[in-house]
Design a protein around this ligand. Structure first.
Ligand code: NAD
Length: 337
């Protein structure tokens, strides 16, 4: 079993060779990243405050001697000798990041600052999970990395969007001022097993509603488009960027350029689950982007990366995961959010 630390006593003088800190490692994406790093024989320390992360996402990793986790909030400083840092710590879904917007901003700004200081101190390479939200409601379509975005600094999504933009700036400045070896991925909508059933993101919402026979709630008229990347493709992109032979110190879009309307997604999920759910329409939330699609030419050219998993295939795996979450040992469906 892995060693379980808590932040008050966690400090180690062990040789730091090959030690990777994954902030947000108990979350949806972070836990998949930990899987890969451990399979490759790395020593992984997951640092998480468990706000949206769950122990069940990492329980299977406790059998690795090379895995440990620490309950810690990255807005507090941390001192661990490490060689690499992945910063995925931040709630990603609007209901969660809007629940305490000041804390979300602190996580993105003070949390990133703390991890960058750690990277500078131990000369560790550091990776930032940024987001397509830095493009806001884009006027350019699809979005290349050179597009500066159309972001509202004064609204309910701003704590996340502007927080992530500020984090990118901090990464830039630590690279320029202290020579820190940075990598930045701008993640576009990603889905897959280990999303929370109550996550509030479109794929998990629709699947949960379909499986429970509830109305499928589409915001707006459903004509807004999104691109959906399956988690395995995304993590492969992380890996290629972090370990690419030529260091890329500028942001790189990783996402699936296949574009679907939200209504199409709802219809596909209803069909695949064989659900009797009806699609119902609610008012669009404030600042909801109309269109989102990554331009991935940089990732294709520099990393030889492009997504390989089609929406239908990814949805099958994700639906199967949520079915397992819902079915109690008795075989009954459990009510989730
Ligand atoms: N999934 C996506 O589609 C997507 C898209 C764009 C960006 N991202 C980014 O990727 C990262 C991971 O997203 P996810 O989908 O896995 O979300 P998630 O909410 O499942 O994971 C975030 C993890 O960070 C932890 N966390 C939050 N605040 C923290 C803090 N202050 N200190 C320590 N831990 C903290 C949470 O407990 C959780 O385990 C986030 O930074 C998110 O902004 C994700």
């Amino acid at each position: 079993m892995g060693i379980v630390f808590n932040s008050s006593n966690f400090h180690s003088d062990r040789a730091s060779k090959g030690r990777v800190l994954v902030a947000g490692g108990a979350g949806f994406l972070g836990s998949h990243l930990c899987d890969i790093l451990l399979r490759e024989g790395r020593t992984v320390i997951c640092v998480d405050n468990f706000f949206t992360g769950r122990l069940e996402n990492i329980r299977h990793l406790l059998r690795y001697e090379t895995f440990s986790y620490v309950r810690h909030d990255i807005i507090e400083s941390i001192d661990l000798p490490v060689d690499e840092i992945y910063n995925l710590a931040c709630p990603a879904s609007p209901p969660h990041y809007q629940a305490n917007p000041i804390h979300t901003m602190k996580t993105n700004v003070i949390g990133s600052l703390n991890l960058l200081q750690l990277a500078a101190h131990y000369q560790a390479r550091i990776f930032q999970a940024s987001t397509s939200e830095v493009y806001g409601d884009p006027n350019v379509h699809p979005q290349p990395e050179g597009y500066w975005g159309n972001v509202n600094s004064f609204g309910p999504r701003s704590c996340y969007d502007e927080g992530k933009r500020c984090a990118e700036t901090l990464f830039y400045d630590f690279h320029k001022q202290h020579g820190v070896d940075i990598r930045i991925v701008r993640i576009f909508n990603t889905y897959g097993p280990r999303m929370r059933p109550d996550d509030g993101r479109v794929v998990s919402n629709f699947i949960m509603q379909a499986l429970q026979g509830k109305d499928i709630t589409v915001y707006g008229d459903g004509s807004q488009t999104r691109s959906f990347c399956y988690v395995d493709d995304l993590i492969e992109g992380f890996h290629r960027l972090m370990y690419s032979p030529r260091a890329i110190h500028t942001p790189v879009n990783i996402g699936n350029p296949g574009e679907f309307t939200v209504r199409e997604l709802a219809e596909q999920i209803v069909a695949m689950t064989g659900s009797s759910s009806k699609i119902v329409y609610h008012p669009l939330p404030v600042d909801d982007p109309r269109q989102r699609r990554p331009d991935i030419s940089l990732a294709e050219r520099e990393l030889g990366w492009k997504p390989t998993i089609a929406l239908k295939e990814g949805l099958q795996a994700t639906i199967a995961y949520f079915e397992r979450q819902l079915v109690r040992p008795s075989g009954e469906l459990a009510e989730v959010a």
